[in-house]
Design a protein around this ligand. Sequence first.
Ligand SMILES: [Ca+2]
Ligand SMILES: [Ca+2]
Length: 203
Amino acid sequence: MRRRIDQLWGNIMKSSWYLFVAAVLACCGITSTASAAPSFGTPGDPVILPSGGTVQVTFLDYVAGYHNAAYFVTAVSPIGGTFLFQREDAFGTTVQLPGSFAAGEELIFRLDVDEDNNGSIEQSYYSGDSLRNPDSIAHASVEAWSGNTTRVGFEDIFGGGDLDFDDMVFSVTVVPEPASLVAWTLIGTAFGVGAWKRRRKAA
Ligand SMILES: [Ca+2]
Ligand SMILES: [Ca+2]
């Protein structure tokens, strides 16, 4: 009888231990799932301009251990591009992209990551299609446009890491070109052509 009670007690202790281990594993699972969500936007979405004009980019946030720098590029390439900002820069720093853009154009941004903070770049990631990146994972989360502004957040860990997309965050704003300026340019051009034709006729 005593032996049976001991056996029963042993079984209860064993199953309690299994339950404890299962609870710990479940807890860790929940924690890692919760941290794998971007704070905003959709990873892999391209930055497509809803309207035409000039574009301003403003540095908003930086929560990262690596030394990161953001660029605007006209092609997927680890070299060149327009430097925007790096982690030492003040939040609120605003850069105007060169030229002007048409509605529907995609802007491509690159994040250069210096993983060991020694001045050399280990990885470059791009906004948009995940296949642009060396690990084939989307590295930029892009918010839906609110009027003329959107937000872009980069993830700086190879393979995705914590996938929080807050390792460099900036806003993108389209500034419509003043219609009056465009109109006056057209009128000026028309007058210029008219005067040139009159001079040619007179000559
Ligand atoms: Ca480095
Ligand atoms: Ca991260």
